[in-house]
Design a protein around this ligand. Structure first.
Ligand code: SAH
Length: 251
């Protein structure tokens, strides 16, 4: 294998998978997404590994580094934040590698929306409250398809994790309210989940934007909207005594 795409997790260096860490230790070349990957992870790289920060590189430059390494039989760890399948720009790299016949494997990681739930001690899927998690973002330089506009997603009142949008929190809350979330719906903003400087702000759709501005949070934060943040719920069927299943008989 030439290239390993590794989900590095949300920030805490202990939240990379065992497999991801091993491959990072073994790699001859490391290309990491410097804007978000915790530099502490680079301490795992072996002595003498060539290290590149992709923040200042173009797609073609990244591919060139991979191609050179592959030609000299070196392995590359391409380190992405969280899990590479979510806003990771991984597909365009894989497509180029396919064309060049360079082999690769993807190692999943702990996405920041999961570290955010952990920080909030939140279950996104409470029975009779929400059984759906929507991962989305507000339109920025990357457009969002018409049918996925925040207001129309909001009409479901499902749990929502909104990436890449905290700097536009006013727009986010307006769209959510326009889309049908009541203004008192609980919402939380978690900045740098799992990092030592993690910050949590809780509020409602009507007051979160002001609270977040007060704390000068305008990047690397997850927005979570969900009735699950504060709500009565039904107990799960999984552990209910009167419900049996494959591993346990009903009482
Ligand atoms: N692939 C990454 C997401 C990359 S997009 C993942 O799976 O997490 C970058 C966005 O992710 C940021 O704008 C922010 O919304 C979110 N993000 C990344 N790391 C975060 C963290 N530690 N805490 C909160 N949000 C984070």
């Amino acid at each position: 294998m030439n290239v390993y795409f590794i989900g590095a997790g949300p920030g805490d260096p202990e939240l990379i998978t065992v497999k991801g860490q091993r491959l990072l230790r073994e790699a001859d070349v490391v290309i990491y997404a410097g804007s978000l990957v915790n530099p502490a992870l680079l301490a795992f790289a072996k002595q003498g590994a060539a290290i590149y920060n992709s923040a200042s590189m173009t797609l073609d430059e990244v591919i060139e580094v991979m191609e050179k390494a592959a030609k000299s039989n070196q392995t590359v760890a391409r380190v992405h934040t969280g899990d590479p399948s979510i806003y990771g720009a991984i597909k365009e790299q894989m497509d180029k590698l396919d064309k060049l016949n360079i082999t690769y494997e993807v190692i999943p990681g702990v996405s920041s929306f999961l570290a955010t739930a952990a920080a909030l001690k939140l279950e996104y899927t409470l029975p009779e409250v929400s059984q759906t998690v929507i991962i989305t973002r507000l339109e920025g330089r990357t457009p969002v398809p018409e049918k996925e506009k925040l207001a129309s997603l909001a009409s479901h009142n499902a749990s929502m994790c909104i990436f890449l949008s905290v700097h536009m929190l006013d727009n986010v809350t307006n769209e959510l309210i326009n889309g049908g979330y009541p203004a008192d719906t609980p919402i939380a903003v978690v900045q740098k989940a799992s990092w030592p400087e993690q910050k949590i702000i809780r509020g409602t759709l009507s007051d979160i934007a002001a609270k977040t501005k007060e704390q000068s949070i305008d990047r690397t934060a997850m927005i979570v909207v969900s009735r699950c943040l504060d709500s009565d719920y039904a107990l799960s069927r999984l552990y209910a005594p009167e419900f049996g299943h494959m591993y346990r008989d009903a009482k």
